[in-house]
Structure formats: structure tokens, C-alpha cells
Ligand binder design. Structure first.
Ligand SMILES: Nc1c(NC[C@H](O)[C@H](O)[C@H](O)CO)[nH]c(=O)[nH]c1=O
Ligand SMILES: CC(=O)[C@@H](O)COP(=O)(O)O
Length: 222
């Protein structure tokens, strides 16, 4: 019980460091049924690492130090559904990135039928499609793959920055992890080296991120 784990420690308050404000403990949940839901207005941390909180001005309490650590798994992919948005622009690169991503999904037992690949003209078009796929509710994560390679003008900056901020917004707006697997390179050599060359395959890496984030959201944050 939170009351069992809690101890008045007002004499410790002056020596305690301050830590971010905590508004409340986890909401009621079967696994939390043995805990009492209480609302904290501020928190500080004891030298022991215990969390000392002021409960609505009613004096400090210590919440049990059993910190919960959440992290997505790479081995619980059963039933996971992924969308992959791929830019056709610089397809010599993006096709290799896609291949790396699909191979990684296969290696981590993602069912092929649970993967939907959507092709778009360029990286600038990725975000709007990623957001739509996220909002559909059909996918646990959306992997975005592209290759923006600098040319003679500043167009590179517009496309690269738009793709990055756009994919970020797509995730925030849809509430579904949208993973940024878009290369932004000064030349083609840099891109090829990151699409299966000496720097690895960023598409494969992004697929791992997609699996972990899908698990974190499905298994811990819903
Ligand atoms: N230069 C690159 C582009 N340019 C095209 C844009 O992404 C977009 O399709 C166009 O501006 C129409 O909206 N796209 C890439 O993915 N990579 C590039 O290097
Ligand atoms: C990223 C781009 O849009 C770029 O490749 C276009 O090339 P340029 O700047 O020479 O028009």
C-alpha cells in the first residue's frame, strides 16, 4: 500500500535535491490495485534515491523507491502491423533502404502480411501520408524512408527540413510512432554507404526503432 510505503520525512526536506514536479501517480490499473492513487503537487529526491513528495500541501511522504522502467521489446512482434512510406526520389538508394527494413522485419518475425509499403514521389510527400496512415489506427508504427541528396541549390534544405519536421508532426498528430528513416546526404556516396555500404543500412536500423517503439506504445503506454 502507498501508505505502507510512505513515511513522513519533513526533517529531510532541507537536504533534498529538487526533481521535476510530479502531478500524480499512475492511474488505477489492475497491476496497480495494491497502490493508492494519490496526487502530488511537487517532489524532491532523498539522498537514498527515494522520491519524497508533497501531497497537496499535507506534508512530505516517501513513495516506495521501486522505480518503474519501461522499454519496448524487439521479441514481441506477433500481431504487430507496420506501414512503410518510401520515397521514389533517388530510388537507387531508397530501394536498398527498403530492402534493409523488410529484411529486418523478417528477421524479427514480423508477418509479411502485416507490412504495408506505400510509395510517394519524394521525401516532401512522406509526412502527409505517414500522418494519414498513423491516424487510420491500422498500424503500430509508421516507418518513413527517403534519401535527400544535396544539389546545386538550397532546395535540399527545404526538402530535408520539411521531411524531418513533417515526420515528427505526423507522429505527434497521429499518436502513432513515425520513424525517421530519411537520409540527408551531401552526395550519393554518403547515401550509398548508409544504404548497405560501410556505414550500414539506415533502413534496417529504422525498422528496429519501429519495432521497439511499436512495442513500447502497445505493451506499456496504451
Ligand atoms: N531533391 C530531392 C527531392 N525532391 C523532391 C521533393 O521531395 C518533392 O517530391 C517535390 O518538391 C514535389 O513536392 N526529394 C527527395 O526525396 N530527395 C531529393 O534529393
Ligand atoms: C534535395 C534536392 O531537392 C536537390 O537534389 C535538387 O537538386 P538542385 O538543388 O541541384 O536543384
Amino acid at each position: 500500500m502507498a501508505s505502507a510505503a510512505a513515511t513522513e520525512l519533513s526533517h529531510l526536506l532541507p537536504s533534498l535535491s529538487r526533481s521535476p514536479r510530479i502531478s500524480r501517480l499512475a492511474p488505477p490499473h489492475p497491476e496497480n490495485s495494491h497502490r493508492t492513487l494519490v496526487s502530488f503537487s511537487s517532489s524532491i529526491r532523498a539522498p537514498t534515491g527515494d522520491l519524497v513528495c508533497t501531497r497537496n500541501g499535507r506534508g512530505p511522504v516517501v513513495v516506495a523507491a521501486g522505480t518503474k522502467h519501461l522499454m519496448g521489446s524487439l521479441t514481441k512482434t506477433e500481431g504487430m502491423r507496420f506501414a512503410v512510406v518510401v520515397s521514389r526520389f533517388n530510388e537507387v538508394v531508397t530501394s536498398l533502404l527498403l530492402e534493409g527494413a523488410l529484411e529486418t522485419f523478417r528477421r524479427y518475425s514480423v508477418t509479411e502480411e502485416n507490412i504495408t509499403v506505400v510509395k510517394v514521389p519524394g521525401s516532401f510527400e512522406i509526412p502527409v501520408v505517414a500522418q494519414q496512415l498513423g491516424r487510420s489506427g491500422d498500424f503500430h508504427a509508421v516507418l518513413c524512408i527517403g534519401a535527400v541528396i544535396r544539389g546545386d541549390t538550397t532546395h535540399y534544405d527545404a526538402v530535408a527540413n520539411s521531411a524531418a519536421s513533417g515526420v515528427l508532426s505526423a507522429g505527434l498528430n497521429s499518436g502513432v510512432p513515425c520513424i525517421f528513416g530519411v537520409l540527408t546526404c551531401d552526395d550519393m556516396d554518403q547515401a550509398i554507404n548508409r544504404a548497405g555500404g560501410k556505414s550500414g543500412n539506415k533502413g534496417a536500423e529504422a525498422a528496429l526503432t519501429a519495432i521497439e517503439m511499436a512495442s513500447l506504445f502497445r505493451d506499456h503506454l496504451k
